[in-house]
Design a protein around this ligand. Structure first.
Ligand SMILES: Nc1ncnc2c1ncn2[C@@H]1O[C@H](COP(=O)(O)OP(=O)(O)OP(=O)(O)O)[C@@H](O)[C@H]1O
Ligand SMILES: [Mg+2]
Length: 276
């Protein structure tokens, strides 16, 4: 089977060890997490990061490039373990849970969605947590509808059997992202991780992708890394990260009133918009 992730440096994803999860609620906590990449021990990426993310809530992580946002997502996925501190799901330390079982609760739509040469069906099915023979067409259709990509697929002569080309080269950026969202939704995850693409989409396909993400977030804990601040104004909580710590946390309005780092980011983006 093709791995969705190219690199699993630290943790053995096939390990049979660890406790199992039943009836996951989707409460995610980070407690005083410190982290350095093993390959670059001189850089303290996360210095003391804490967050409590309630089941079903939508939270956003913002901060400058290189501030550690994608690193947080990698730690939640357990591609690495924190140097110190804890990450918990429903109150259980994730390092004590069975990795395969744990990862079944999660889905990631990454910063650069990875598609593989093969059909659309093949690319969506990569998300399946059960054997692909057991996934019904209905489930595939539902994931694609929720990801706003179903009508596009149906408009193609070969529909789900359409070849996407190497790395999805025959699709647009927005179409690739929506296939990646469908793949994530096929998992029906308790916790959805969204690492928003930095590469700009045109505003029309941006809206279609945004609608797909809003749909995808319904009924599950969603942790979104946002570069376009306009997309997170309704988040239950926004965490502004600086120097490896949560520097500010609150709703969009609360953070604006603080007139701190988040406020400055918003001003900067508004300025860029005007210049365009
Ligand atoms: N695999 C890695 N090995 C070593 N250092 C890394 C690795 N990945 C990221 N880093 C470093 O960790 C820091 C945080 O990177 P991270 O990718 O988490 O930032 P980010 O906030 O997601 O940035 P962006 O907004 O540009 O996506 C950076 O200094 C980066 O160079
Ligand atoms: Mg990143």
């Amino acid at each position: 089977m093709i791995k969705l992730m190219d690199s699993e440096p630290e943790i053995n994803g096939e390990s049979e060890e660890g406790g199992s999860l039943t009836d996951c609620k989707g409460l995610v906590e980070l407690r005083n997490v410190k982290f350095r990449y093993p390959t670059r021990p001189s850089v303290r990426v996360l210095r003391d990061l804490s967050m409590t993310i309630l089941p079903g809530s939508y939270i956003a992580i913002v901060g400058a490039s290189g501030s550690g946002k994608s690193t947080v997502v990698q730690l939640i996925e357990r591609f690495y373990d924190p140097s110190s501190g804890q990450i918990l799901l429903d109150g259980q330390d994730i390092s004590e849970l069975n990795v395969q079982d744990y990862r079944k609760q999660l889905a990631l739509v990454s910063q650069e969605p990875t598609l593989y040469a093969g059909t659309i069906r093949f690319n969506v099915l990569l998300g399946a947590v059960k054997p692909v023979e057991e996934v019904s067409q209905e489930e595939i259709d539902r994931a694609c509808k929720d990801a706003n990509i179903y009508d596009f697929i149906m408009s193609l002569p070969k529909q789900f059997e359409t070849e996407v080309g190497g790395k999805g080269s025959q699709l647009s950026g927005g179409q690739k992202q929506r296939i990646a969202i469908a793949r994530a939704l096929l998992r029906n995850p308790k916790v959805l991780l969204l690492d928003e693409a930095t590469s700009a989409l045109d505003s029309n396909s941006e809206k279609v992708v945004q609608d797909a993400l809003d749909n995808a977030a319904k009924g599950r804990t969603t942790i979104a890394i946002a570069h376009r601040l306009s997309s997170i104004q309704n988040a239950d909580c926004i965490y502004y990260i600086r120097d490896g710590r949560v520097a500010e946390a609150g709703t969009h309005d609360q953070l604006l009133r603080m007139r701190g780092g988040y406020y400055e980011l918003v001003q900067l983006q508004a300025l860029h918009k005007h210049k365009q």
